[in-house]
Design a protein around this ligand. Structure first.
Ligand code: APR
Length: 256
């Protein structure tokens, strides 16, 4: 296998180091943000092409949702179902699933709600912000799969008690799902290596997960074409590139 021509030797050394760290580590985790799904065609929330430049984040405010269900659902349907709904996993999701399958990655903590890690084959995925594939009844709490609900008629209603259904991901003003919270920080405490892929680190408490890993002695490896709030605070190795490209090179170094 001929390694691709590296732009510079420093990057080559860093990627070789990342592959060695993953091979040696007894427990590695990945912490992913919207950036890992950009190469699947899903825009990030922040940055020049960010969704929050086009939509008002208030459409995801829980109080706004309860008082303007129909209007909120109009935007939610446009952003998360008409647009996101057709996205497929990209190379980055696929490599993380292969690392897990090969015993080189033990958990994925994701801020994303797009279900792409699971579609790529990752099994140990902790969804810090929930998942858009499920809808939850605002009264009885029953879960419905999005494939069973017709979004032509919004807001959708619970098939059991007729109350409004809400996507099963957290809105601004809602708490983190308790089990995902517990498992995410457990992984952060146990890991020797934490890959941070495609996150600004601007949203808490999610951003406390990699910070907890750092405090517990993990090596922090960041994959992001830009700098983030992690870069100059906890990151040990910053692979400054796109997730799909960087992870393909890491995959080649580990398996080819
Ligand atoms: N590969 C890796 N990283 C990328 C790529 C790429 N191809 N493209 C963009 N990025 C990086 C950007 O540089 C940025 O740092 O992904 C990050 C995307 O930032 P955000 O959109 O803020 O995503 P994230 O940090 O996950 O946001 C956290 O904010 O609105 C809430 O709930 C929402 O989960 C989301 C949370």
């Amino acid at each position: 296998m001929i390694l691709p021509l590296f732009k510079n030797h420093k990057m080559e050394d860093q990627r070789v180091k990342v592959a060695q760290l993953l091979k040696k580590s007894k427990y590695s985790m990945a912490f992913t943000g919207a950036g890992i799904s950009v190469e699947s065609g899903i825009p990030p929330f922040r940055g020049e092409l960010g969704l929050w430049n086009k939509y008002d984040p208030k459409v995801l405010d829980i109080d706004y949702f309860h008082s303007n269900g129909k209007r909120a659902w109009f935007f939610i349907r446009e952003i998360f179902y008409e647009f996101f709904g057709k996205a497929q996993p990209n190379n980055a999701h696929r490599v993380l699933a292969r690392l897990e399958h090969s015993g080189l990655l033990q958990a994925v903590v994701t801020q994303n709600i797009d279900n792409l890690h699971q579609l790529a084959g990752s099994k140990h995925v902790f969804e810090f912000h929930g998942n858009s594939n499920r809808l939850v009844c605002t009264e009885c709490g029953r879960l419905s799969d999005i494939s069973d609900i017709n979004l032509e008629d919004i807001p959708p209603h619970c098939p059991v008690d007729g109350s409004i259904l809400k996507p099963d991901f957290i809105f601004f003003g809602e708490g983190i799902p308790p089990l995902a919270y517990e498992k995410s920080f457990e992984a952060a405490r146990d890991c020797e290596v934490c890959l941070i892929i495609g996150s600004t680190g601007e949203v808490t408490p999610a951003a406390y997960v990699p910070n907890t890993a750092k405090r517990n002695g993990a090596v922090i490896i960041e994959i992001n074409p830009e700098e983030s709030l992690f870069t100059h605070s906890i990151t040990d190795i910053h692979l400054r590139g796109k997730a799909g490209e960087e992870l393909r090179i890491i995959e080649n170094l580990l398996f080819e």
